[in-house]
Design a protein around this ligand. Sequence first.
Ligand code: KIV
Ligand code: ZN
Length: 520
Amino acid sequence: MTDPNRVLIFDTTLRDGEQSPGATMSHTEKLDIAEMLDEMGVDIIEAGFPIASEGDFTAVSEIARRAKNSVICGLARAQFPDIDRCWEAVKHAQKPRIHTFIGTSPLHRAIPNLDMDQMAERIHDTVTHARNLCDNVQWSAMDATRTEHDYLCRVVEIAIKCGATTINIPDTVGYTAPRESAALIRMLLERVPGADTVVFATHCHNDLGMATANSLAAVEAGARQVECTINGLGERAGNTALEEVVMALKVRHDIMPYTTGIDTTKIMGLSRRVSQASGFLVQPNKAVVGKNAFLHESGIHQDGVLKNVETFEIMKPADIGLNEANIAMGKHSGRAALRAKLKDLGYELGDNQLKDVFIRFKALADRKKEVYDDDLVALVQDAATNTEDDHLQVKHLRVVCGSDGQSADLTMLVGGEEQTVHAEGDGPVDACFNAVKAIWPHRARLQLYQVHAVTEGTDAQATVSVRMEEEGRIATGQASDTDTILASVKAYVGALNRLKVRRDMVGEGADAKQVSMYSH
Ligand code: KIV
Ligand code: ZN
């Protein structure tokens, strides 16, 4: 890297993001997202944790084979079998990287029961082992921000001497603050021999809402790799959001003269794709990619924006790939117009997918006068999430509700076989969910049920998201329809389909979430 102010973007949506309970993505979704990240200009894609499951291993290997530009990285604990497995997966990439880590703070050292010297020896051996397999090795000191400074300097020096090329300093529990984040990087650069020969990375979690600020502070102190996820997806309060760091560096280049290789016009497409694949909706007021980020509702703001857009807008919607025009489509719009519109929105569909979305679009346009961009996004996401290959499919629903009681008559396909039931409940949604349960008995618990209107107006589509839990496994479902109850049933059935897929895979050890982060 020749430009000293070039900041590398390391995306861990498919590893740290996917590790978030309920955010599990399918193999195809992971490949799709990796391809989009690669095209967007992400420098390093952390594609998964290969030892965690067969599913993770296959996904990392396939992403490694397909990547055109990005370095492909896999995660490995400080253990030889993990590192070997990681190498087996990433070695197919044109630019592979092994990322190995261990928790260095007192709390994290206590769990594998290693004293300082034993841990130092473990770091020495595992980084050396990784470096014998791969030229590009990243080493992370998990919980670095709560590790004694002298000890952190000692282990970082060992990792560098053993050949690590990137040193990551994670704020694993989102505990640090900007000034401290900067001071830590500065301290390491000043004190550790050989620090000038490696790239320092910052990896922040957002527990106190400071992940982006902490990452930017680390960059100002000399870190040249930022680890982040799309939409800030990640465990608990999430990771640093890629879109926030990249846009902050672009918009405030005057005070932060650093550059990235990201094509920012791809941000919105990725944000939508990750939200749909993970089942995690983006909060409306989320910086950069939230639905309201470019809306100027209040009269005073609208007036200002109309007179001069810069009064209240610090970045242009087009900079992140948001289509400003939002021209509605109607039932007379043809397939070519739909294809062009979807391309504008960041979706390039194959012929079969387009055919399916076109049928759904026509059906929606029959019910709703004007179909807006957000309606189309909801349609595409629905088509990708709920498919004809699903084991459980909703075929017909008739609901009775009102003051005289609530009941549902539901017909579903179960593995291709049609079944119909009648059920009653405490409200129409409850009646429908009881009907699903009568057809497909299960012990999954509904953890979250959320409805939001896609556009304005009483004929708006509703997007329903549900999260279900069964024996520690979590899955989400999402569906959109102008009929809120139908969308609810489809989302519920979608989550059950995902739980079934995960249950079926357990025999093959596919449950990555059950792998401990500790080395033994
Ligand atoms: O937050 C963290 O410490 C991590 C490590 C595994 C790098 O995600
Ligand atoms: Zn993390």
